[in-house]
Design a protein around this ligand. Structure first.
Ligand SMILES: [Zn+2]
Length: 590
């Protein structure tokens, strides 16, 4: 059902920055789902002369499969009804093609089809409450084509807070390891550390890194340090994935910088940085703080980030940062859903729309573009819209056009409300235009590297045969919106621009080693406080094996500037198939 076992993708212009290939005309050879060096002359050939060839896209931060996403789908029935998605005409009857609905939170099948239709083959859900991890895995089982995993929310976890309060940082690391395995997660997620728990408990959101959360020893700073260290000590493929305190508040650039300094020298990923890059002050006017943050990130190779670009049009704000959604509901008057998750986290949802003529939305749009255009190292400032928060993943092609085409960008800039743009780098004029190679970095090679996915995001020998072929167009948004061919694991899923096959994707998850002694305390805690028994809590029967330990990016101590520069040249493709080492498991993805 997957088409030819071998395929020569012949004569395309290849952009494969992880392997130092920048626009060379060459063949890409595929055999049994992997990239190989050569094929016999009589192997089937796909003629892509004149077209652009890249690895499949890797989305490191989106919301596509969680209890929160399902809540959002329920809230947005009208939006989804307005975007029916008929079942595609697939070549194979298996699995059965399915209809669905779109909008900002498409149904599971439509999510898989539409990502693949954009040339994306790997996607992570960035906010999974461990208690509801079953929902995430069930939804991902129902989302075709893409390889996928989830980040596990830990920044407002009651048991973790007890360990921090008791000064048990090592036990906290073991707890994080246990929780990741129990939830079938891929990485540690930290959302508004401490703030959600405090707000949920009837208090005010935290405002500063040393605000106490129940105890003076439990602070946003202590939570950040504990979880950033845990990710590194557990040798997870991805760093702790941090959504800072004070999201969306004027003046929050100070909090973001202080959070970065709190974990300085340690590998750490700061997500949707755009929402955390505002200057000004709580009572005063907003302004862009993108320059300060870009400078910090540029100077600190241990830091990676994704942008969380705002795109004009409909969006759905959906986050574990429940107090933020309460404020947005109050200030916008829009509908609001809040879901507290016992002992673990929260969740808030507010449907939204970013308007060009709205001053704050225009500032957010500009700040995101500034972060992209001021980033010295595109490997560490990666593309996201925090789908569906800043806009749908379907707006990525438009975002790519804004990055690649200055004339178009400047034209758009003239249409937006300039009220808060004084002193903004974008308003002052940014000439930079991303190259195709830089786009390949921010949409696949870079996310794969930061996620520690050794067989994703590149086209070297041994990589997964996830390949996207674009036909050139005057308008790069058109080019990126409708790839001509997409291969997923060697299967041609898109042919001549139409979805043709929809194989199941793989689950990417980890099961780090930890001291099992931690489980005794957790079990007592469950007996006393949880509505779920300890024995029933872990997810079981995931359809792919976990990624083996220690296979990810190098640990934090290697992150000196020199080592980083070296790593960028350390591009030798893997020669052995990692499938041997990682049965079914994520070839680097885990
Ligand atoms: Zn997010």
């Amino acid at each position: 059902m997957s088409g030819p076992r071998r395929l020569r993708i012949a004569g395309g212009t290849v952009h494969d920055p992880a392997n130092g290939v920048d626009g060379e005309v060459r063949d890409v050879c595929v055999e049994d789902g992997r990239i190989v060096a050569t094929l016999p002359a009589d192997a089937p050939t796909l003629d892509v002369r004149g077209m652009v060839v890249m690895a499949g896209g890797v989305d490191m931060h989106a919301h596509i499969a969680s209890s929160a996403v399902n809540q959002g789908r329920r809230l947005l029935a009208a939006e989804r009804a307005a975007d029916p998605a008929p079942a595609p005409a697939l070549d194979d009857g298996e699995p059965l093609p399915r209809s669905g609905t779109g909008g900002t939170l498409p149904t599971t099948f439509t999510t898989g089809y539409r990502y693949a239709g954009l040339g994306y083959t790997t996607v992570f859900d960035a906010a999974v409450a461990p208690l509801f991890a079953r929902s995430t895995h069930a939804e991902l089982d129902d989302t075709p084509i893409i390889d996928a995993g989830g980040f596990i929310l830990m920044g407002n976890d009651e048991y973790l807070f007890r360990l921090i309060d008791a000064g048990e940082r090592e036990r906290a690391r073991d707890y994080a390891g246990w929780l990741l395995g129990a939830a079938g997660g891929y990485a540690i997620k930290v959302v508004n550390p401490g703030g959600v728990e405090r707000w949920k408990s009837g208090g005010r959101n935290v405002a500063a890194l040393d605000d106490p959360v129940g105890s003076s020893r439990v602070t946003p700073r202590a939570i950040l340090e504990t979880l950033a260290d845990a990710a590194n000590a557990l040798e997870l493929p991805h760093a702790a994935h941090v959504h800072c305190n004070n999201l969306g508040v004027p003046g929050n650039v100070a909090t973001t910088l202080e959070s970065m300094r709190a974990v300085a020298g340690r590998r750490c990923h700061f997500t949707h940085l755009q929402y955390h890059s505002y200057g000004g002050s709580a009572g005063g006017a907003w302004r862009s703080g993108a320059r300060e943050l870009a400078e910090y990130v540029n100077a600190h190779p241990e830091v990676s980030a994704d942008v969380g670009q705002v795109m004009f049009g409909p969006a759905t704000t959906l986050t574990a940062d429940a107090p933020v959604e309460y404020l947005l509901h109050k200030s916008s008057g829009r509908r609001w859903t809040n879901v507290d998750v016992e002992l673990e986290t929260g969740c808030g949802i507010v449907p939204y729309s970013y308007k060009e003529r709205a001053a704050v939305a225009a500032l957010q749009w500009a700040v995101g573009l500034e972060l992209f255009l001021l980033a010295a190292d595109p490997w560490r400032m990666l593309l996201s819209t925090d789908h569906p928060n800043g806009g749908s993943f379907q707006s990525y092609p438009e975002l790519i056009r804004l990055l690649m085409d200055r004339a178009y960008r400047d034209e758009q800039l003239k249409r937006v409300n300039p009220k808060l743009l004084a002193g903004s780098a974008l308003a002052d004029g940014l000439a930079r235009e991303y190259t195709l190679n830089e786009i390949a970095i921010v949409t696949r090679a870079g996310p794969a590297r930061q996620l520690g996915l050794r067989t994703k995001g590149h086209l070297g020998v041994g990589a997964d045969a996830d390949v996207t072929v674009y036909a050139r167009s005057e308008n790069v948004a058109t080019m990126f919106a409708t790839p001509r061919f997409v291969l997923k694991g060697g299967t041609l899923v898109v042919e001549e621009g139409a979805l043709r096959r929809a194989p199941a994707g793989r689950r990417l998850h980890v099961r780090p080693a930890y001291d099992p002694a931690v489980e005794r305390g957790v079990e007592r805690f469950f007996d006393a406080y949880a509505t779920v028994s300890f024995a029933n809590y872990p997810v079981r029967g995931l359809r792919d094996a976990p990624m083996p330990a220690g296979r990810g990016a190098p640990p934090a101590r290697e992150f000196t500037a020199g080592a980083l520069a070296e790593r960028h040249h350390d591009v030798a493709p893997r020669t052995e198939s990692s499938r041997d080492a990682a049965p079914g498991g994520a070839g680097g993805g885990g």
